[in-house]
Design a protein around this ligand. Structure first.
Ligand code: HEM
Length: 423
């Protein structure tokens, strides 16, 4: 295992570290070189250096998968309008340059001149990089959408990128599903995410057109063991049993390994995105006991039913006084448990709300489920098949969009995202 195979840590330079380097900084002046480090006046009037909050863009894998989950998401799907493979390759080169700048907290483009529109739209000026990660992938339709091989790429299409099957109870909106390309922007500040997607969209004008976007907040998963478990909109801790970066099970289940085809995907991963609406009003009217039996865990602590602490192992064999399993067999965790089924996915989803459903006058909110894996045919698909058939949670949820993307391997300094496919 090389150093670059290790999950990336947040690269932050502490205030003390910066002051130490400057030496003379106590007077308020810090000499630069730390892109994205914002200078602000503290309460005492002394200058405070905010942490630059940069997640490195380069590495064996793209950032935004194994790196610690940030609190905000803006995911954009695009369709390609050009029919030229050269345009597509150039777009990914330009996007790489812009992503390198923005993830380092710098503006995109060059110098501005008064008589032309500025390259950078400006709204992130003065903000830190906010741990921005930009993660790029391509969907099945790029290869053979509508049965047409627009870019001569059909032979390069991975078998693992076969369209997801229709699952029982799916009610998918095609306008919010699919897409030729996806860009997942994650970070600490929604304005930084908006700026990133806006500028990538702008750079892509004439080559791609936006298809759908999804905002998310309050990560519903943790990828590192040092992240506390956040709660989803059902009020339950979400991500307790998620696989953790740096473990063997993670390495084996998330990345496309050397032996898998096609070679352009090695070091990459497959992303499944499902917008899952939660029937909040119905959930809110159900008794706590029903809620806990539906999930299979205790709401306040997150412990498996029958146990005390969040990270206690669930005991699926334990029976109650009535002789029935303490964790109901149709509860979400009993059906989704990964140890027996040997199916592991990395969950990296977010809560969402998109205002009101006008027809019902109820909150349109839920979980924007994101999962990374080595091969969805053996991971997400059988898991979702089982959940869609029997999960007690189905009374309260509705899958309303679906997308699948092949997420490129990481980029080295001087390289560009997508080169393994388009170069
Ligand atoms: C709105 C929809 C969903 C909600 C509210 C939800 C919520 C939860 C909660 C509260 C847990 C227990 C804590 C934890 O280990 O994270 C959990 C576990 C899990 N969920 Fe979901 N989930 C949803 C959809 C899905 C879907 C669509 C899948 C995959 C197809 C999935 C896969 C899993 C897995 C693999 C676990 C861990 C099970 C284990 O090994 O213990 N979930 N989910």
């Amino acid at each position: 295992v090389t150093e670059s195979d290790q999950p990336r840590e947040r690269h932050t330079v502490s205030r003390r570290g910066l002051l130490g380097i400057g030496g003379a900084a106590a007077g308020g002046l810090v000499v630069g070189g730390f892109a994205g480090a914002a200078l602000t006046a503290g309460e005492s009037g002394a200058t405070v250096v905010a942490e630059p909050a940069i997640v490195p863009f380069h590495g064996a894998h793209q950032a935004g998968i194994a790196t610690p989950v940030q609190d905000r998401l803006l995911l954009a799907a695009f369709d390609v309008t050009s029919t030229s493979k050269a345009d597509l390759a150039q777009l990914f080169k330009d996007w790489t340059t812009a992503a390198e700048a923005m993830t380092a907290g710098k503006p995109v483009g060059g110098d501005t001149v008064p008589l032309a529109p500025p390259d950078d739209t400006g709204e992130a000026a003065g903000l830190s990089a906010a741990n921005l990660t930009l993660t790029f992938g391509v969907g099945p339709s790029l290869f053979d959408g509508g049965g047409v091989d627009r870019f001569g790429l059909a032979a390069a299409k991975p078998d693992a990128l076969a369209d997801l099957p229709a699952f029982p109870r799916d009610e998918l909106d095609p306008a919010r599903s699919g897409g030729d390309i996806c860009v997942q922007a994650c970070g600490d500040d929604p304005q930084v995410l908006f700026h990133a997607i806006r500028n990538l969209t702008r750079i892509g004008r004439g080559v791609v057109r936006g298809r759908w976007v999804q905002e998310g907040f309050g990560r519903t998963s943790s990828t590192g063991s040092d992240q506390v478990t956040a709660r989803n909109l059902m009020g339950f801790k979400d991500g307790t049993a998620n696989i953790r970066a740096g473990t063997k099970v993670f390495e084996q289940n998330v990345w496309v390994p050397k032996g898998d085809d096609p070679s352009w995907m090695r070091g990459g991963s497959y992303l499944v995105a499902r917008r899952i609406r939660i029937r909040i009003e119905v959930w809110d009217r159900s008794a706590l006991q029903d809620q806990e039996q539906t999930i299979g865990r205790v709401r306040p602590s997150g412990a498996p039913l029958g146990r005390k602490k969040e990270f206690d192992e669930p005991d699926f064999e334990a029976k109650g006084f009535d002789g029935k399993p303490v964790i109901p067999v149709d509860s979400h965790v009993a059906l989704a448990r990964q140890d027996v089924h040997k199916l592991h996915i990395l969950r990296r989803g977010y809560n969402f709300t998109d205002g009101l459903d006008e027809r019902a006058g109820q909150l349109d909110a839920g979980l924007f489920f994101l999962a990374y894996q080595r091969d969805p045919r053996h991971q997400f698909v059988p898991l979702q098949q089982r959940l869609a058939e029997n999960d007690k949670l189905n009374e309260y949820i509705q899958h309303v969009s679906s997308a699948l993307f092949a997420v490129f391997p990481g980029v080295r300094q001087g390289g560009w995202v997508g080169r393994t496919l388009l170069g």
